[in-house]
Write a protein that binds this ligand. Structure first.
Ligand code: ADP
Length: 458
């Protein structure tokens, strides 16, 4: 400001001096006055140029100004640059923030005071079948036309989730959405949606499982209680007592088997998958399976019935059957379950064939073929579900718990192997477990210790 005053004073002095030199004191006063007007005109023109530039939005090239107006222009420039930088930074922050919301597995919608969609992420668009561009500023109630949603919005009680079933496109299963509204700001609403289809499915499965277990335990318990009451109240002879006790023992064995299988399943679910450190000779596993299968066969076939016909790998091929990496008890449980199913479901004189076959890719396949009743195609995909049985009575009569194949599936998956079931009704079934290359190795030098080992139980 001082410079500006000095400049103004210097110009007047110069005008006055020039006027005085030219025509005396009146001319000096006139010169000073003319210099003041000249300065004023130049100053006003500079201010007008600056204002015109600012009025245009400071977008085009800035005017060349000097002195105070030049400095004002520079400062305006600097402020404008700072403003642009702050704007860019806040835009970048907004972009990061929106990207984070886009990455959310949940749907997010921002609604204005009238319930119109101001913004929504892709998840929400997918869950509600919205078009992010087209449906912007559309009222959400017009797009989610479910009476339950309308009632939820009207009631304005947002302390709990609303569960909505949304029809899926392309004939897929409908999805279950948990929706919650959160009011914020002045009349605005944040709407969150979560796909809970899997959670609901797991909950249904858990409920079915508990119901199944209760039912499976209640049946033998009821029978046992009946027998106990009979023994307590009736005078029985020795033969009757013995028969009742045999039946009671059968029922308690059934419960024991069920509890044992449940514990096995829970251990399989709760422990990490077996690594590649421990190797079990295939010979040990198959010899144990064969022995147990023969004993089971004696128990399940009626007295005097023609025995099962067996085909097991002979000793020579078992010597070179190699080793599998994993948990020995689990592996034994899976393979023996398949063999014992073949025994239990194959009628007298039927054929049971167990093979072990190294594969060209470095893996190996275990298979059990039987000449039993076979399984209709529609049952095959469901056989590994817990408590899924084709013939409930037959399964129970032969001591089945309905959990055998569920255990097999778990063990097989934990060992990176694959279970395949092929069957022709009336002709028999084949259950194959294919171990991948890394899980099987050819036999090392035969070790007597290995051949005598007894597998631990699960
Ligand atoms: P279960 O204890 O009832 O045998 P599993 O899980 O082992 O339970 O088997 C499930 C069902 O699969 C059985 O109830 C039976 O109907 C069928 N199944 C299993 N193995 C065979 C087989 N070898 N032949 C015919 N059906 C079989």
């Amino acid at each position: 400001m001082l410079t500006r005053l000095l400049l103004f004073a210097a110009l007047q002095l110069a005008g006055g001096a020039l006027g005085g030199w030219w025509g005396g004191p009146w001319a000096a006063a006139g010169g000073a006055c003319a210099a003041a007007w000249l300065w004023f005109a130049w100053d006003a023109a500079s201010a007008a140029r600056l204002l015109a530039w600012l009025r245009d939005g400071a977008g085009r090239a800035s005017p060349r100004l000097h002195g105070t107006w030049g400095e004002a222009l520079d400062r305006t420039h600097r402020l404008q640059r700072q403003h642009e930088q702050a704007l860019a930074a806040s835009e970048a922050r907004l972009h990061t923030f929106l990207s984070a919301i886009q990455a959310s597995p949940n749907g997010v919608l921002l609604l204005d005071e009238q319930g119109r969609i101001e913004w929504c992420n892709q998840q929400a668009a997918q869950q509600f079948g919205l078009d992010v561009q087209r449906d912007q500023m559309q009222v959400i109630g017009n797009l989610v036309r479910d009476p339950a949603f309308g009632a939820y919005v009207t009631a304005r009680d947002f302390t709990h989730d609303l569960l909505l079933t949304r029809p899926a496109a392309n004939g897929a299963a409908p999805t279950q959405l948990a929706i919650r509204l959160h009011p914020y700001g002045e009349g605005r609403t944040l709407m969150l949606s979560r796909d809970v289809t899997q959670v609901q499915l797991a909950e249904t499965m858990r409920r079915d499982f508990v119901a199944n277990v209760s039912h499976e335990i209640r049946t033998p318990l009821t029978v046992l209680a009946g027998f106990i009451e009979t023994l307590q109240t009736l005078q029985l002879n020795e033969a009757e007592r013995a028969r009742y006790l045999t039946l009671m023992a059968q029922q308690s064995r059934r419960m024991q088997a069920l509890v044992q299988d449940l514990l096995t399943l829970s251990r399989l679910e709760g422990s990490p998958a077996p690594g590649l450190e421990a190797w079990t000779p295939v010979r040990t596993l198959l010899q144990r399976c064969a022995q147990e299968a023969r004993e089971l066969s004696h128990r399940v076939l009626p007295a005097g019935a023609a025995p099962h016909q067996w085909e097991f790998p002979d000793d020579a091929s078992l010597q070179s059957a190699g080793e599998i990496a994993g948990n020995e008890a689990e592996l034994y449980s899976a393979l023996s379950n398949l063999v014992s199913n073949a025994v239990r479901y194959t009628p007298a004189a039927g054929l049971i064939r167990v093979t072990w076959q190294p594969q060209a890719d470095g893996g190996a396949t275990f298979s059990v073929r039987d000449s039993g009743p076979g399984i209709a195609a529609e049952h095959i995909p469901r056989l590994t579900e817990r408590f899924y049985r084709i013939d409930r009575g037959r399964s129970r009569d032969s001591g089945g718990t309905g959990l055998g194949l569920a255990i097999v599936k778990h063990v097989v998956q934990r060992h990176g192997a694959q279970l395949t079931i092929t069957s022709t009704p009336g002709q028999g079934s084949v259950f194959c477990v294919r171990f991948p290359a890394g899980r099987w190795r050819a036999s090392r030098a035969h070790s007597p210790a290995a051949s005598e080992s007894t597998a631990p139980s699960l």
